[in-house]
Design a binder for this molecule. Structure first.
Ligand code: PEP
Ligand code: MN
Length: 371
């Protein structure tokens, strides 16, 4: 690689605390230099960090700061990173080292943040060793139905209530949700039971409305790659439950989480909900590999939806337990007071008795695997 650089003393550089000015590049950047983090020395000053951020700005790159107990790191975010930047940054005061990130995602990566992210939903902690159970019907259908659902799931020990007001349905002729009325009913159920509510938002223009009622904004599988929606929920700063797309690779799923976090919103909960495969005996194929791998590659909490993952209520208990055994931080499950009469997904919804019977088993598996 050919590059021209003038070495000049720190005092007469461009005003930062870096000892070398930006080099003049004569060769395009290498593919492998696309991602990196800058690890600051313990005790580095704010001025040192600012100088690094300034230097990144010169290249139209952003630096996302993660201040940890043991180390402060700057994740470099932007389109392309000049190949010489690593070396340049290592000349800066307070920089311990630069580390290339091998994955295309950065802010979600454990390399950037080694410790688990804990998403706080009205005091309920998702991630970091606890097991959350989110339960409720597929759709909010009526006041009686959602109130009854909220009562039974709370009684059995669920920590949050789910229910769709805006439903993404494969057919336009099926029930597509109550819209804002559904949100109001969810808020009423929260008022009575104290359960935070998780509900789906389908379009960027609905985010403001749904955010007024919800505690967690759910991004459905069909919208996992709706990048404008991801950015819009990112801008709210609210907890986001990001379902994996029907045919999305793990990398694509994590890159979608990156979209949310890149807006300054670290409160992302990943949700594995089964993927499409050649198998037709079940609605989807539960990918528990993804749970264990996402836990390893990222610092985000990962929960599992065995209702959509299997499509059959009688497969939900075994797969719920398997998900916890695989390391999931919790579950989201469909529970309906009268599944036979449900307006959507009745066949995969547990009735209150089966849900109540499953809860102590979840606690037992969680205790066994967490030691
Ligand atoms: C749902 O949670 O009811 C739903 C539609 O889920 P998914 O987006 O995973 O299909
Ligand atoms: Mn559903």
């Amino acid at each position: 690689m050919i590059l021209m650089r003038q070495i000049v003393p720190a005092a007469i550089t461009n005003g930062t605390l870096c000892r070398v000015p930006a080099p003049i590049l004569t060769q395009p950047e290498k593919e492998e230099d696309r991602s990196m983090i800058v690890v600051m020395q313990t005790g580095s000053s704010q001025a040192d960090i600012d100088a690094v951020l300034e230097r990144l700005k010169e290249y139209n790159l952003q630096g996302h700061l993660t201040i940890g107990a043991e180390r402060t790191v700057v994740a470099v975010v932007g389109a392309t990173i000049p190949p010489t930047l690593r070396e340049e940054l290592e000349y800066c005061n307070g920089v311990k080292e630069t580390v290339r990130i091998t994955q295309p995602y950065k802010l979600v990566s454990r390399e950037v943040r080694p410790h688990d992210t804990i998403v706080d939903v009205r005091g309920i902690k998702v991630g970091g060793g606890s097991t959350v159970v989110i339960a409720g019907p597929c759709s909010v259908e009526s006041e009686a139905q959602i109130m009854e659902s909220a009562r039974v799931v709370r009684e059995a020990g669920a920590s949050m209530l789910r229910g769709g007001a805006f439903k993404p349905r494969s057919s336009p002729y099926t029930f597509r949700g109550l819209g804002e009325l559904g949100l109001q009913l969810l808020a009423q159920a929260r008022d009575e039971t104290g359960l935070p509510i998780v509900t789906e938002v389908m379009t960027p223009t609905d985010v403001e409305l749904v955010a007024r009622y919800a505690d967690v904004l759910q991004i459905g599988a069909r919208n996992m790659q709706n990048y404008q929606l991801l950015e819009e929920v990112g801008r709210t700063g609210m907890p986001v439950l990001l379902k994996r797309g029907l045919s999305a690779t793990i990398e694509e799923w994590l890159l979608s989480a990156e979209y949310v976090i890149a807006q300054g919103n670290p409160n992302v909960i990943l949700c594995e909900r089964g993927i499409r495969t050649f198998e037709t005996a079940t609605r989807n194929t539960m990918d528990l590999n993804a749970v264990a791998l996402a836990k390893r590659r990222t610092h985000l909490p990962v929960i599992v939806d065995p209702s959509h993952g299997t499509g059959k209520w009688y497969l939900v208990p075994p797969l719920a337990l398997a998900s916890i055994a695989a390391g999931a931080d919790g579950l989201i499950m469909e529970v309906h007071p009268d599944p036979d009469r449900a307006k959507s997904d009745g066949g995969q919804s547990l009735n209150p008795e089966n849900f109540a019977a499953l809860m102590p088993k979840i606690a037992a598996v969680a205790a066994a695997v967490r030691g």
